[in-house]
Design a protein around this ligand. Structure first.
Ligand code: B12
Ligand code: SF4
Length: 419
């Protein structure tokens, strides 16, 4: 008997907004989801729509009599247009095939997805265990109502089962890179997520939307193992793209000790908070650089202290400037993301952000800037309420969330990327 099969799709986004450098990242969420399925001897196929001239043809080839369901990732609202056309294709041609959507934007927009008929099930928050149990219930034609962390519709009513407990990150380690081998030449970056969640409480961030978003990290030995797996595939630059990589200093120190012990020769980048790096000694910054850390990604957010306060960022413009100058002397390249059109932001405050960006570039020509990107209100956050008070009118339907005419992304290296 042939194995059962699950098809996972990473949809296209609206193209040039994927990042200001058009950098393409591997579809990591789908690799995590695949781990428990592979362990259960279920065949998994991944279609990365970003690199398929005709994804519908690929879907037609992939769906056969062994298919259990199709799972689609929805990381951000930028993918909505493509998710909706993928779903329409599957619904029309394979009406009996179950569709499951998961991801951060799916979690936040679950009611709209289900009311629009775009999925049979939405998996809320972390998907590894939830999706694996849901797939089991499809195979056994069993009862799904006891599965934690799913959202579905029954007799016209939206049913949300109880939240699932957070998973242990050290249990999901062996990422099945072979599933994306077909696309490997297309990815600029392979990244790892060594921790999930964040303990900060920035008022605009999706972290605010769930108590499950409390920070927890992989153990240093597991970070080492996943790093070595990527190095052995020939990748010499790795991004530790956690929400907040440096929360537990002892974890980082132990990881650095392994880099030295095993003489690992690679360059890496990580996400960080400005205040964390402010606290680090010169010696520690030197050690990080010697261990291969060449870039740091920060949320700078605004050049106005009032706005930084409103965002509950717990940093100041002065701290951003200081970190920028310090990193220059350690040869660590900083990247800062900025936003604009934040609720209550004045023209002067927006101008302060532009001035800060010029200053950062002047003080450290290696610094790179993302944005300012138009602030986008995330459901369930404190700032979402402020945006509504300020006149933001949230779309009612799923497709309309993908149509929001919000994105004016200016590249401070010279050109307007999208208007
Ligand atoms: C890496 C990353 C990127 C990469 C792209 C990654 C990629 N593969 O293409 C880059 C830098 C290009 C990027 C760009 C953008 N990003 Co981004 N990104 C991230 C980041 C830091 C990590 C994502 C990740 O891999 N997480 C690890 C995996 C394991 O977790 P996960 O994605 O949540 O997946 C789990 C569950 O959601 C679920 N799941 C996911 N997919 C599916 C599918 C199915 C079928 C099921 C059942 C379950 C399921 O199971 C997974 C395993 O537990 C997140 C922050 C974060 N903490 O996730 C922001 C984040 C997702 N990005 C965000 C944003 C806003 C953007 C941009 C719009 C920024 C911009 N303005 O340019 C663009 C849009 C890109 C796009 N494709 O649409 C926001 C989304 C907010 C929102 N409400 O939608 C986040 C949450 C950051 C934030 N703090 O606000 N991003
Ligand atoms: S530090 Fe970053 S990840 Fe943490 S709450 Fe703030 S914006 Fe979100």
């Amino acid at each position: 008997m042939q194995n059962k099969k699950v098809l996972l799709i990473f949809p296209k986004d609206i193209g040039d907004v994927i990042s200001l450098d058009n950098e393409v990242y591997c579809p990591l969420p789908l690799l995590y989801l695949s781990i428990p399925l592979i362990n259960k001897k279920i065949d998994v196929q991944i279609i990365d729509q970003r690199f398929e001239d005709n994804a519908f043809d690929e879907i037609n080839k992939a769906i056969n009599q062994n298919i259990v369901c199709v799972g689609i990732n929805l990381l951000s609202i930028f993918q909505i247009k493509h998710v909706s056309s993928l779903v329409k294709h599957i619904r029309k041609n394979y009406p009996d095939t179950k569709i499951v959507i998961g991801g951060i934007a799916a979690t936040l927009l679950s009611d709209k997805i289900l009311n629009g008929g775009y999925a049979d099930f939405v998996v809320s928050e972390e998907g590894e265990e939830t999706f694996s149990e849901l797939v089991d219930s499809f195979i056994k034609r069993g009862d799904h109502s006891k599965i934690k962390g799913i959202i579905y519709k029954e007799e016209g009513k939206i049913i949300k089962t109880p939240k699932r407990e957070i998973i242990s990150l050290d249990d999901y380690v062996d990422l099945p890179y072979h599933l994306i081998k077909k696309y490997e030449q297309n990815y600029d970056y392979y990244y790892l997520i060594t921790s999930r969640g964040c303990n900060s409480k920035c008022s605009f961030c999706f972290i605010q939307t769930s108590p499950n978003c409390k920070w927890r990290g992989q153990s240093p030995k597991i970070i080492l193992k996943q790093t070595i797996a990527l190095l052995s595939l020939g990748h010499k630059f790795i991004i530790y793209n956690d929400d907040n990589f440096f929360v537990d200093l002892s974890r980082i120190k132990e990881f650095l000790s392994y880099i030295k012990k095993y003489n690992l020769d690679f360059r890496w980048a990580a996400s960080a908070r400005i205040d964390t790096i402010c606290r680090y000694s010169d010696n520690f910054l030197k050690e990080l650089n010697e261990c291969g850390m060449k870039e740091l990604y920060f949320g700078g957010e605004s050049g106005s202290d009032r706005i930084l306060g409103l965002l509950n960022k717990k940093i100041s413009v002065g701290m951003i400037k200081k970190v920028n100058i310090r990193l220059k002397s350690f040869n660590i390249k900083p990247e800062y993301a900025f936003m604009e059109n934040i609720p209550t932001e004045t023209d002067e405050e927006r101008e302060d952000t532009i001035k800060l960006i010029s200053r950062l570039k002047k003080d450290n020509p290696d610094a790179s800037i993302v944005g300012p990107i138009t602030y986008f209100p995330i459901i369930g956050t404190k700032l979402y309420e402020d945006a509504i008070k300020g006149g933001f009118s949230p779309p009612k339907k799923f497709e309309e969330w993908g149509d929001l005419p919000l994105y004016i992304v200016e590249d401070f290296r010279g050109k307007i990327i999208k208007k």
